[in-house]
Write a protein that binds this ligand. Sequence first.
Ligand code: C2E
Ligand code: MG
Ligand code: MG
Length: 489
Amino acid sequence: MHSHDRCDCGTSEKVTHKSLRRERRIGLSFAVMKICAVQKSAAVADDAAAEVVSSRSSSRQEWIHSFTALIGTHIAAGFSLTERGGAMKEQKTRVLIVDDDREIGSILHDFLSKSYNCTAVNSAAEALAALAGGSFDLIMSDISMPQMSGLEMIPHIITLAPESVVIMISGQRMIESAIEAMRAGAFDYITKPFELAQVDKVVRRALDHREQLAGLRSRAARRDAERQRLLHALNNHHFVVHYQPQVEIQSRTIVGAEALVRWEDRERGMLLPAEFIPLAEDTGLIVPIGASVLRTACAQARQWHDMGLAGSCVAVNVSPRQLQEENFSQTVAQILDDVRLGPESLEIEVTETSLMQNPEVGIQTLTNLREMGVKIAIDDFGTGYSSLGYLKRLPIDSVKLDASFVKDATSDPDDAALVMAIITLAHNLGLKVIAEGIETEDQLAFLRLLRCDRGQGYFFGRPTTSDEMTSAHSNNRSCFPTCDLRAMH
Ligand code: C2E
Ligand code: MG
Ligand code: MG
């Protein structure tokens, strides 16, 4: 029985309706498994549908003629499939062609063999035997064959060769129902073999897609594994908080500390925020991680107060995701209440960038916090939007001058001018300035000259454990051996 007979005669109409119902069932059962493929292949299906509308002829016999003619044209024009195929062959892409029409099968085989390692078989049963015996990257099958159709083969293919991409070859009559099945996820691609160039294109596209899917899957698997690690770390208290002293520049006293989270990973050692905050942010785990940092830091500040260490403020970094949480200010209020810390002892640090993501919500949250008495600082000031005019409208108390300005302020006149401008402007707006990344005495002297309010940096002390910070704080001594705060003038 020739394929065009099957497509055109009345009996095949019945088969088509019956198989359509079956296709839907098959499609639904694999919708989840191939969900990624479906989104992309829907576009391919639309292309295919467009091809149906515009196609002139669908008879297989005519198609075979056009195939043969096209091969001749390619050869005459010196069309170098073999050259392209050379590289492909090295990758040994294995293609299984299934078509009960031997003529079509062999034309496809001859054509695709120039680029791929092809095997052609004439029935679904032979195809399943081939799949059981070896692996294939791509299976190109006639959609309707006697005994078992291409669509009926799908569940077996999924079991035998789950990683392979499947292309269905369909005659015009079947294509619409096939598109439906494909949209539901039963298989990946569909093609009408009217032109060999199309077949070539679809095969390449399907293989590219397969590669992308494999990449996506492995990235998703890695991300999932890392997310599990983050969750495990959170549940097992592997996130620890270190503290970096903040010093009042004029009086040279420690007035507080910035809380900086670290991940104590059993296998990888101590991980810095840059290594896990982006993923935590991405997966939303930053919300519970951030809340736990906030609780730990507030409890620590309470302890410093209880020890009689005056002015023990704690500054906590808050991520954009936390800021967008509807109940963030309530979470803060609850933590302050639980640990019995006055709101004035807590400073929340947000970046300009995080405020820009959804300004209304962010600004409202900051306003609520400020009304409670919590202080707000803009972190890394100068690296984001840095709209100085915008500062005026923000409910904030201070700006943290980014370390990159401080770094060259004593050697680069432009940076010096900028630092001066920012400090002056901030003071005019009634804001305090905290300089980040102070590493040298010169930088400190320059900032003191400009009446910068607070400073932070390796010169005073690196971020350290709560115990070390407590001892440094108790003696108002720097955590940095060469810097004696008490002796500084
Ligand atoms: P940040 O808030 O601007 O914190 C200052 C960073 O500069 C810290 O890096 C600190 O160790 C480092 N630093 C301090 N003094 C100096 C210095 O003198 N020279 C140099 N070169 N660096 C200095 P760290 O701890 O790696 O944190 C990096 C960033 O991770 C932080 O930048 C903050 O944006 C984020 N982060 C830290 N802890 C948390 C947290 O609990 N939650 C959130 N959402 N983000 C956090
Ligand atoms: Mg910060
Ligand atoms: Mg910063």
